[in-house]
Design a protein around this ligand. Structure first.
Ligand SMILES: Nc1ncnc2c1ncn2[C@@H]1O[C@H](COP(=O)(O)OP(=O)(O)OP(=O)(O)O)[C@@H](O)[C@H]1O
Ligand SMILES: [Mg+2]
Length: 257
């Protein structure tokens, strides 16, 4: 197993040490270390059941590790739930969309975090600031160069899978500028839709966000990732710079041949 110990440690934004999660006899994840750097895309690959989602869930507050610790910007902490992780600028986007299908894009971007403004000249009486939310959403969508047909008045449930995924990513990026986890963000998408989402991912990595993406699609991994983590039977079996590995070697590491 190769290590990342020799690389620069100053730009590490988030680390995991010794993360372990067992379900009775099932060793979903055992003693996994991860270092995440600003402006870097880490791909997590591995066969079905290898422990990828479990690892990401432990790092985003969805489940609690049995053992191990998390260090965000050098500070040891725990997330009791995903909201707590969000409040520390650690976000996650799943394959199955966590959008409200009946609401439009702007409402989804601000869902649960709506902006309000005082009315009647007192902060005691507040109303939703729809103009402000629309302006900010427009700015963000424009900055990310995302193709969303209509930001206001069109339920996202009527948009294509790729457009919905782009809204989900735009929401995550709007609220976080530090670490974004994605669990198979293109698994449910067609070729063109995947392309648009991957372009968006590239853009946010270039903007300095650290992105950790689980993917089964190895050509995407080879194209986009700076770093690759390979999981097998709950253990991290490789952690390498993508430039140092070929697709064939990656496949061998995944299947354990
Ligand atoms: N809540 C749970 N209870 C029991 N076993 C679980 C639970 N969650 C995950 N597992 C088991 O832990 C192992 C790792 O699961 P995990 O979902 O992390 O795999 P994965 O690498 O994400 O797989 P996939 O590529 O299929 O999404 C699997 O054997 C799975 O069945
Ligand atoms: Mg999974």
């Amino acid at each position: 197993m190769s290590s990342v110990a020799e690389t620069n440690t100053t730009d590490i934004v988030y680390s995991a040490r010794g993360l372990t999660k067992h379900y009775g006899p099932i060793k979903a994840c055992t003693n996994v270390n991860v270092d995440i750097r600003r402006g870097q895309l880490i791909a997590i690959v591995g066969d079905n059941g290898a422990g990828k989602s479990t690892l990401v869930k432990m790092m985003t507050g969805a489940i609690q590790p049995d053992e191990g610790k998390l260090l965000l910007r050098g500070e040891e902490l725990r997330f009791n739930d995903p909201m707590e992780a969000r409040s520390k600028r650690v976000e996650v986007v799943y394959q199955e969309l966590a959008l409200a299908p009946n609401l439009d894009a702007v409402s989804n971007i601000f869902l649960g975090r709506e902006l309000r403004r005082p009315v009647l000249g007192t902060p005691l009486v507040q109303r939703l600031d729809e103009t402000k939310m629309r302006q900010l959403a427009e700015q963000e969508i424009k900055r990310l160069n995302v193709n969303i047909p209509q930001l206001v008045g069109m339920p996202v449930g009527r948009m294509s899978g790729g457009q919905q995924q782009s809204v989900a990513i735009a929401r995550a990026v709007y609220w976080t500028s530090d670490v974004l986890f994605m669990d198979e963000p293109t698994a449910a998408l067609g070729i063109q839709e995947s392309r648009a989402v991957l372009d968006l991912v590239k853009k946010i990595v270039d903007d300095g966000v650290a992105v950790v993406m689980i993917s089964h699609i190895l050509p995407h991994v080879m194209e986009l990732a700076d770093h690759v983590i390979v999981m097998r039977h709950g253990e991290k079996v490789a952690d390498l710079e993508r430039a140092h590995i070929s697709m064939d070697e990656l496949v061998r590491l995944i299947v354990g041949a």
